[in-house]
Design a protein around this ligand. Structure first.
Ligand code: ACO
Length: 381
């Protein structure tokens, strides 16, 4: 028997068991596959993290080689999928997330049978190719073919620019991909699991997840964060810039979180990674990183002044903007790059759902009319 108690937004309702990630919002701790985020994210390759989520353990050296090769062999997308992504890039109104949704849906053209395991690899492997192809065409160039000899992260940057990235850029991007690969039952992951629970196929499940991630309430804050940082970097006065925003009733992007009451642990990992990147890479601008630190400090102080007792702290999006900007990912691709990472979590969640599947089917509480009598169309006014 069900209950008619309404839980708007399913807040705090537990609808799945998972071994993929555990969030402690009070302590500000995140485990990925059992490992503390701050250990995993800066050390693992993205391939190791994706393997961990699928197999619940880290790979041996041989297993990692084989997994890398399998992923690398699936990077090219079918011509028809590339044409669809190209069409999106040539249409000014289509964003990178639109192109990712179109490209993801087209990946069913790359397979002969529906097989969850094989589909999950294909999706993880092909996402960077779709986003990079969109960007190349959107910026007036031609897509760059993937290179199987490069790592997943290095190849993504290579396909964006046509140039081999530096080690510091690869490490920075890889840390980002690992840090956001999975995060409990967020809206897009729930969408993917719901579609998988109908025993539909994984291409459909992940296409739906991309649609959920596109929404500004889910994956859209780092772009505006970068705008703030570039403006503050120019003006040199974080406090008055942010005060103006708050006085105008605006929210400070990159701060506050539904689950975390303390600094988001991903912000800490990404801040450390950004600091290392800006110090190590000759193209990195250390002064820009200093601006980010000053802006964060000013924002946290001002939020405590304007919203006392709300515990508004830095979230993942703040240092996402700093790090992705540093490693050379264009602002227009921030959300789609989130998808390039999160597809590792989405696909693992779908496989987990299918291990012991039960159709996800909640109820609604009816609030409409009752007892109406049918009126023939001629008699309606
Ligand atoms: N700046 C200013 N005020 C804020 C902010 C912020 N960033 N975040 C929350 N507040 C205020 C709200 O105005 C509200 O104040 P009020 O009660 O006086 O009106 C109070 O804090 C509580 O806000 P809610 O919206 O109820 O908090 P919720 O938990 O729903 O919000 C959210 C979480 C959406 C992330 C919010 O903090 C926000 O809009 N932040 C800015 C956008 C952002 O950074 N988004 C990325 C989040 S990370 C991610 O989702 C991956």
């Amino acid at each position: 028997m069900g209950t008619d108690e309404l839980r708007e937004g399913l807040e705090n309702v537990v609808v799945a068991e998972t071994r993929l990630s555990r969030i402690d919002g009070e302590a500000g701790e995140l485990l990925i596959g059992g490992y503390p985020l701050e250990e995993l994210a800066p050390n693992a390759t993205f391939e190791e993290t994706a393997f961990l989520l699928r197999n619940d353990r880290l790979p041996t050296a041989d297993e990692l080689d084989e997994f890398r090769e399998r992923l690398a062999s699936l990077r090219s997308i079918p011509d028809a999928a590339l044409d669809a992504v190209r069409a999106a890039a040539e249409d000014e109104s289509e964003s990178a997330m639109d192109a990712l949704r179109i490209g993801a849906a087209s990946l069913s053209l790359a397979r002969d049978d529906e097989d969850p395991e094989a589909d999950s690899l294909l999706l993880v492997a092909a996402f960077p190719t779709i986003v990079a192809a969109y960007w190349r065409v959107r910026s007036g160039g031609e897509p760059v073919d993937p290179r199987p000899d490069l790592s997943h992260a290095a190849n993504y940057l290579y396909m964006l620019t046509g140039e081999e990235p530096s080690e510091a850029e690869v490490r920075g991007l890889e840390t980002y991909l690992n840090a956001v690969v999975d995060h409990g039952l967020n809206a897009s992951t729930f969408t993917a699991r719901t579609i998988a629970s109908t025993e539909s196929d994984l291409v459909s499940a992940i296409t739906g997840a991309v649609g959920a991630l596109k929404g500004p309430l889910h994956g859209g804050a780092p772009g505006p964060v970068l705008e703030t940082l570039l403006d503050v970097h120019e003006s040199g006065d974080a406090e008055s810039y942010l005060r103006q925003q708050l006085d105008a009733g605006e929210r400070l992007m990159g701060f506050g979180h539904r689950v975390y009451r303390v600094r988001d642990p991903r912000a800490a990992v990404l801040s450390d990674a950004a600091e290392r990147f800006y110090a190590a890479d000759s193209s990195g601008d250390e002064a820009f990183f200093e601006t980010a630190l000053e802006t964060e400090e000013a924002a946290v102080d001002l939020l405590a002044e304007y919203k006392p007792g709300r515990d508004l702290e830095t979230n993942v999006e703040f240092y996402t903007a700093v790090l992705l900007h540093g490693v050379g990912v264009p602002r227009e691709l921030f959300s789609a790059t989130f998808g390039v990472a999160r597809v590792g979590g989405w696909t693992a969640h779908c496989l987990e759902q299918l291990e012991d599947n039960r159709l996800i089917r909640p109820r609604s509480s009816y609030v409409g009319a009752t007892g109406r009598e049918w009126t023939p169309i001629e008699a309606r006014e």
